[in-house]
Ligand binder design. Structure first.
Ligand code: F6R
Length: 244
């Protein structure tokens, strides 16, 4: 495991963007695993900035997003598809057919999960997966207790995660109760993983991650067994109070 400490959010975002841009330049048809949330917004801004300045091309790149709320259309500003379009895809030249995000409106959720797993079969494991971490150690929407062998599946969101995500909704009762997420096994199949740690109140999660005990009670701990993991930490938010 490599560890990079950065002074602040901007530096963290820039460092991760530099590494990912380097990989794209080396391998045009890179398969990227992408997260949403507050953590990667600066990273996406850096990718967009670089695209405009240096024309790094995504023409042959593929992306697989890690999660989506159930019951939400991609046109809904709270959906992760909308978020991705807004922060990244509308600004770069990745082809629509190369973008994969679970369909939150699928009537047959099991079928949707099965089809999503087929994407890994079709385009291979991810080359680079970028992750944020939740206060309870979740990665994607893999909540504590999720099997390390999990593939794409439906998740009932914990009260804690719903309360955390309520900041993006008008009220808690509007936060969806379920989501589709990439599983932990599929994440671990990625050839390389970048874990970004930032956000008020993440100190406990970070400390627990560092203690290294690998347990399904703390999903991010599985990453310790990955052979090519880089953890990039925004030091300015470590030891800050939890302002949720
Ligand atoms: C989002 C995701 C989540 C977030 C995590 C941290 O696609 O997979 O696991 O990475 O909840 O959220 P933020 O970045 O908002 O602190």
């Amino acid at each position: 495991m490599k560890h990079i400490m950065t002074e602040n959010y901007e530096e963290m975002s820039r460092k991760v963007a530099e590494m990912v841009i380097g990989r794209i330049r080396e391998q045009g048809n890179l398969v990227l695993g992408l997260p949403t949330g507050n953590t990667p917004i600066g990273f996406y801004q850096e990718l967009v900035k670089d695209y405009k300045l240096n024309y790094t091309s995504y023409q042959h790149a593929r992306s697989i997003n890690i999660d989506e709320y159930i019951g939400m259309s991609g046109d809904d500003p709270k959906s992760y598809r909308y978020y991705m379009n807004h922060h990244l895809f509308m600004h770069i030249n990745m082809k629509k057919e190369n973008i994969h995000i679970p369909n939150g409106l699928a009537v047959d959720v099991e079928g949707e999960c099965f089809c999503y797993d087929q994407v890994f079969e079709e385009i291979g494991p991810m080359d680079v997966l970028i992750l944020g971490i939740g206060h309870n150690g979740h990665i994607g929407f893999n909540e504590p207790g999720t099997s390390f062998q999990s593939t794409t599946h439906k998740v009932e969101l914990t009260e804690e995660t719903r309360q955390m995500n309520a900041r993006h909704f008008k009220s808690l009762d509007r936060v969806p109760e379920a989501a589709i997420t990439m599983g932990l096994k599929s994440m671990m199949d990625s050839k390389e993983i970048f874990l970004m740690v930032t956000g008020d109140g993440k100190t406990e999660a970070y400390t627990q991650f560092l203690n290294g005990r690998v347990t399904e009670d703390f999903p991010a701990s599985i990453l310790h067994s990955h052979p090519n993991l880089t953890v990039i930490v925004d030091q300015s938010t470590i030891n800050t109070p939890d302002n949720r």
